[in-house]
Design a protein around this ligand. Structure first.
Ligand SMILES: [Cu+2]
Length: 193
């Protein structure tokens, strides 16, 4: 598990980020209901493949990188991404602004924590409780500001497609949020072509 150590670092980093980011007062630690409101389409929107003007191939690999990691696009164009996973691990491809990426990362982390700590969590103590509270708060904050996103899981050896409409001058980024992957740098950028 080459991402094992990184995953721990990632959680520690998230914890540090949350504890500094959550010193302000918030009325409630409860996460906002997911997708209770339409997300602002600040960097575009998911689109139908039939709308796409071209296809861009991106390879996902176990080196924790996208190939290519930089893709040129024109504002207004609709692109289908053909994503092939050449690795032995599951990867994913998420398009969205940085808030959307962070939200997705925390939602995955929350799911992982829940999966890891089934049953009695009392032995984990106050620090863990605080960490989970911070995670919930930050997730709720991000849920209010994150823009539209689209995501697809790509199992090892398989190809998936995702279509995105770049409706804005502001460009999204892309990344993989399998545990530890984003923190280890499995991300990419769009640039104006
Ligand atoms: Cu990945």
């Amino acid at each position: 598990m080459r991402y094992g150590v990184t995953a721990v670092y990632s959680l520690a980093a998230a914890c540090a980020l949350i504890s500094t980011g959550c010193t302000a007062h918030h009325p409630s630690a409860a996460p906002a209901p997911a997708s209770g409101h339409p997300r602002p389409q600040t960097t575009g929107r998911a689109a139908l493949e039939s709308e796409a003007q071209r296809t861009v191939q991106i390879e996902l690999a176990d080196d924790g990188r996208f190939h290519p990691a930089e893709v040129g696009v024109r504002a207004g164009e609709i692109v289908t991404f053909e994503l092939t996973n050449h690795g032995r691990q599951e990867h994913e491809f998420t398009v969205g602004d940085l808030n959307a990426q962070e939200l997705h990362e925390y939602q995955m982390a929350t799911m992982n924590m829940a999966g890891m700590h089934h049953g009695d969590m009392s032995h984990l103590g106050k620090d863990h409780e605080k960490y989970m509270e911070g995670l919930a708060k930050r997730t709720a904050e991000l849920d209010r500001v994150a823009g539209a996103n689209a995501s697809v899981h790509v199992p090892p050896g398989e190809t998936r497609r995702l279509t995105w409409a770049f409706t804005s001058q502001e460009l999204p980024v892309f990344g993989c949020h399998l545990p530890g992957h984003w923190a280890a740098g499995m991300k990419g950028t769009f640039v104006h072509a």
